[in-house]
Design a protein around this ligand. Structure first.
Ligand SMILES: [Zn+2]
Length: 346
C-alpha cells in the first residue's frame, strides 16, 4: 500500500522567504493517543519569521512552521475517546508532558518539555498534523476556521500577561503597545471586557482608527507622538497601572516613563531588540514591577476561549492567503502592513 501524501511547506535552511519550499510529504501517522487534524487554517506569528531566519534554530531540518492551527479531526488513534472524526477544533499552540508537577498544577508553560507547534514540533503549514488528543479543543460551528486559527497564541499570551502576571483589576488604566499586533489586539479587547481604561498605540491614521474600533479609549500615534507625554496628559500625570509591552528596545524607555506608582510593566517580546537601559530609581522609589511572561497555560487558553466562543472577544484576521502563497504572507508581516493576524489556508 502506498503512503498517503500531503502538501506542506518546509524549510531546509534559514534565510529569506525563498527558503519556504512547497512539496509533497507523507501524511503523519497517529500514535494511539493522537489525533490527525486536517488543517483548515494556520495563522502566522513573528516566531515563524524568526525561525525562518534562524533565530532561534530548530532541532531538525527540514522543518514545518506554523503554531496557530484550526481544522477538522480526520482520524483518531486507537486509545482516543473524547473526539470524533469530523469535529471542528483548534489546537493548543504548545505541547507539554502532562505528567510533571508543573503540568499537573496547571502551569504547563513552565514544563521542561514545553514546546511550541511549528518550533519544537512540526507545525501547521501542511494539510495534516498529528497532535495528542488533549491538545485539540472543539470549537463552535459559528466560529470560522480563520478566526479560530487567529486565536490561540495571542489570546493565551495576552490573558496570561494581564491576569497571571500583572494581576489586572477592573478600573485600572492599561497602556497597550502596538495595537495592530496580534497580542495588542487581544490585550485591548481583554482589558476593555474587564472594565479597564485602555490607551493603545498604533502607527498612522488607518491603524489608529482600527484600534479605536477594537475598544481603545485613547490611541497614540507611536510614530508622531511622545507616548509617555501623551499618557501623562490622559491620566492627569498619574501614569498607567499596567504597561503591556512586547515591542522592546524602541518603546522601552517610554513604556517605563508611562508607569504610575505601583505600576506593573509586563513584557512578552522584543520585536525591535532586547538591549535596553533601566533606571532603577522609579523601580524602587515608585514601587514598580517589571514582569516577564512567556506564552500562557491551558487555564489561560480556556479562560480566553470562553469569551471568543461567545463572541465577546474577536480575533482579528488581517488577510488570508493560500498556503501556496506563504512567502507573500511572511512578507506582509515583515513589511508591518498587517492589522491583526495573517492566515494561510492549505
Ligand atoms: Zn510537564
Amino acid at each position: 500500500m502506498s503512503t498517503p501524501l500531503m502538501k506542506a511547506v518546509r524549510i531546509y535552511e534559514y534565510g529569506g522567504t525563498d527558503v519556504l519550499k512547497h512539496e509533497e510529504i507523507p501524511v503523519p501517522r497517529v500514535r494511539p493517543t493522537e489525533v490527525l487534524v486536517r488543517v483548515k487554517a494556520c495563522a502566522l506569528n513573528h516566531l515563524d519569521l524568526w525561525i525562518r531566519q534562524g533565530l532561534p534554530r530548530v532541532k531538525t531540518l527540514p522543518h514545518i512552521l506554523g503554531t496557530d492551527i484550526a481544522g477538522e479531526i480526520a482520524e483518531i488513534g486507537s486509545e482516543c475517546w473524547r473526539l470524533k472524526p469530523g469535529q471542528r477544533v483548534l489546537l493548543a499552540p504548545a505541547l507539554s508532558c502532562r505528567q510533571c508537577e508543573q503540568c499537573l498544577s496547571g502551569e504547563d508553560n513552565q514544563c521542561v518539555r514545553y514546546g511550541l507547534l511549528g518550533s519544537a514540533y512540526p507545525g501547521g503549514n501542511a494539510e495534516y498534523i498529528a497532535v495528542p488528543e488533549w491538545a485539540a479543543i472543539p470549537i463552535p460551528d459559528h466560529l470560522p476556521f480563520e478566526q479560530a486559527a487567529a486565536t490561540p497564541l495571542v489570546f493565551l499570551t495576552a490573558w496570561h500577561m494581564l491576569f497571571d502576571r500583572a494581576r489586572m483589576k477592573a478600573g485600572e488604566d492599561v497602556l497597550v503597545l502596538a495595537a495592530s499586533s496580534g497580542v495588542g489586539m487581544a490585550a485591548i479587547q481583554i482589558a476593555k471586557l474587564f472594565h479597564c481604561r485602555v490607551i493603545a498605540t498604533a502607527g498612522g491614521d488607518a491603524k489608529m482608527a482600527k484600534a479605536t474600533a477594537l475598544g481603545a479609549d485613547f490611541v497614540i500615534d507611536h510614530y508622531k507622538q511622545d507616548i509617555s507625554a501623551e499618557v501623562r496628559n490622559i491620566t492627569d500625570k498619574r501614569g498607567v497601572d499596567i504597561v503591556f509591552e512586547h515591542v522592546g528596545a524602541a518603546t522601552w524607555q517610554k513604556s517605563n516613563e508611562s508607569l504610575a506608582r505601583n505600576g506593573r510593566l509586563v513584557t512578552c517580546g522584543i520585536t525591535t531588540g532586547y538591549d535596553v537601559k533601566l533606571d532603577l530609581r522609579p523601580l524602587f522609589g515608585r514601587q514598580q514591577a517589571l514582569l516577564g511572561s512567556f506564552m500562557g497555560n491551558l487555564r489561560d487558553l480556556f479562560g480566553a476561549l470562553r469569551f471568543v466562543f461567545s463572541g465577546q472577544l474577536k480575533p482579528v484576521v488581517d488577510t488570508v492567503f493560500p498556503l501556496a502563497e506563504i512567502a507573500a504572507a511572511h512578507q506582509r508581516i515583515e513589511d508591518k502592513a498587517q492589522f491583526g493576524k495573517v492566515v494561510v489556508i492549505p
